[in-house]
Design a protein around this ligand. Structure first.
Ligand code: MCA
Ligand code: AMP
Length: 490
């Protein structure tokens, strides 16, 4: 393990570090800009360990701020530019950033309320401090639970570095690699694996601000060697590849196509293989643990299996009493628990939630259900909580969406479920009881209302009006009955 966190920046040479929408930035340029950012932080009274919000707009300045914060020791709290008002209020109150960084768009300055906003620091020549792999926090990433507002997962430099080293070994990442992705920069996948993973392994990051299948595939045609994407993106990529031979050819040139954040169906795995001759490599993780299992680059790849434990991670299956009694026979189902340097420090201000998810031996209980075979290969088969929805690779708590809907004056009651969807994996469907049956709000208005309060990707894709919700004798909504009642797969 390199003792410095973003080790490829230590040499600060002319090798490309980043392609941001095709704008190339060398390691030397990135290191210099990150140094200037760090100098501005210091001049604004930010101390190492302070939280700094970063609006993750699709600008080079966002990358500089994330890297500059990491090197300086400030803890980045990445902010989705599309955070609704209620979610933003929660994140700012919970994380109390010392200031929020905004790129040249400045549009967010007013949104952070009383919190000071730092706009794109100017050039400067100072070299960045070199951050060691330490046990201090590096990031606070907000992640949804079954109930309540999202929780801030605190990840340390060691969590991230140890996991990135395991992944670099699993995938044989090297300086000649260029990792392409079009993922958001406020989650583990795009930020930790994509940005920090490239800067630690010496590969370059080739980032596209918008996901467009043909353009992303063209980045591989243009020299990117590895692709990171969520299954929804692979679904759209293979649709494009089936229509367009150029897309298929570009995808066929990748050294590795890597999928994660949600299950890649066996159907899509085989479609991709047929369209471009590539067997996708899957890996499985959580915000709290980073990546637990991965298929190695030289493994035989099996549809539906997420590979073996990443180096440095212990993975086991447990029964309902959290006892490791589940046989590794490829058929017995248990909950996945994990332990290792990858496992986070805990949830910010939520010792209750941390101790519910992590035991005294530092095993983290994922809530995911899986089988394991005799070689330690894992296949995810479901999850314990039915109120957690994975849509387009984003985790969304049904309760968050319900709470947002309930704030609408015309909504008397509601229930939100995830329904199987070929494109999104699951799509969010809302069942709504209107306060006045004769004056139902328009579905679009309800969706817009949700987008105003929480992130747009948490919006319902369908709204059904019902006169009442099915409930059991205890008054609990019967979501299984809703699921059975109407919306079908598509
Ligand atoms: C739509 N939009 C609206 C409204 N309706 N905005 C305001 N009001 C409305 N009523 C906007 C959206 O904000 C967005 O804006 C645009 O319409 C379309 O967005 P979206 O619905 O998200 O598009 P999509 O086509 O469904 O997106 C599919 C996607 C996306 C590109 C695959 O879901 C995605 O990027 N997923 C990645 C998720 C991810 O990175 N997960 C990693 C979690 P605009 O066009 O301006 O954007 S980390 C994790 O899971 C673990 C650790 C792991 O294992 O990796
Ligand atoms: P998040 O909190 O957004 O980090 O989401 C983590 C969850 O995504 C996990 O608990 C799993 O349910 C799911 N997940 C991530 N990767 C995979 C995968 N390769 N296969 C199945 N589920 C996955």
């Amino acid at each position: 393990m390199s003792s410095t966190l973003l080790s490829s920046l230590d040499s600060a040479d002319d090798a490309p570090a980043l392609f941001v929408d095709r704008r190339v930035v060398s390691r030397a340029e990135l290191a210099r800009a990150a140094g200037a950012h760090a100098a501005v932080l210091a001049s604004r009274g930010v101390a190492p360990g302070d939280h700094v919000g970063v609006w993750t707009d699709p600008d080079l300045e966002t990358f500089v701020a994330l890297v500059g914060n990491a090197l300086y020791g400030a803890v980045s709290v990445p902010l989705n530019p599309q955070l609704g008002a209620r979610e933003l209020e929660h994140v700012l109150a919970d994380a109390s950033p010392k200031l929020c960084f905004s790129g040249p768009r400045r549009a967010h300055a007013a949104r952070a309320g009383a919190i000071d906003t730092l706009v794109s620091p100017s050039e400067g020549a100072s070299l960045p401090p070199s951050r060691l792999v330490d046990d201090r926090p590096l990031l606070v990433l907000y992640t949804s639970g079954t109930t309540g507002a999202p929780k801030g997962a605190v990840l340390t430099a060691r969590n991230v570095a140890s996991n990135l080293d395991g992944l670099a070994r699993a995938w044989g990442l090297r300086e000649s690699d260029r990792i392409a992705h079009a993922l958001p920069m406020f989650h583990v996948h795009g930020l930790c694996l994509g940005l920090f993973g490239a800067l630690r392994s010496g590969a370059a990051l080739d980032w596209s601000s918008r996901f467009d299948p043909a353009s992303l595939a063209a980045r591989i045609g243009d020299g990117a060697t590895v692709l990171y994407a969520v299954p929804t993106m692979y679904h759209r990529l293979v649709d494009a590849a089936e229509r367009d031979a150029v897309v298929a050819r570009d995808l066929s040139r990748a050294r590795l196509l890597v999928s994660g954040s949600a299950p890649l169906s066996t159907r899509e795995f085989h479609r991709i293989e047929r369209a471009c001759g590539q067997r996708v490599v899957e890996r499985y993780g959580l915000t709290e643990t980073l990546i637990n299992c991965a298929v190695r680059h030289d493994d035989a790849r099996r549809a539906g299996w997420v590979g073996r434990a990443v180096d440095g991670v212990e993975v086991a299956l447990v029964d309902d009493h959290r006892s490791p009694t589940i046989a590794a026979d490829g058929a017995s189902i248990g909950e996945v628990r994990v332990r290792g340097a990858n496992v986070f420090d805990g949830y910010l201000h939520r010792p209750d939630a941390t101790s519910a998810a992590m035991d005294g031996d530092r095993w983290f209980y994922t809530g995911d259900l899986a089988v394991m075979d005799g070689d330690g290969w894992v296949k995810i088969v479901g999850r314990r909580a039915t109120d957690l929805i994975k849509t387009g690779g984003y985790k969304v708590g049904a309760g968050e969406v319900e709470a947002a809907l309930r704030e609408h004056p015309s909504v008397q009651d509601c229930a939100v479920i995830g329904v199987d969807d070929d494109d999104l994996g699951e799509r969010i469907v809302a069942y709504v009881v209107a306060r006045d049956e004769l004056e139902r709000p328009a579905s679009d208005a309800l969706v817009a209302h949700v987008c105003g309060l929480i992130s747009a990707h948490k919006r319902p894709r369908e709204v059904h009006f019902v006169s009442e919700l099915p409930r059991n004798a205890m008054g609990k909504v019967l979501k299984a009955a809703l699921r059975a009642s109407g919306s079908t797969r598509r």
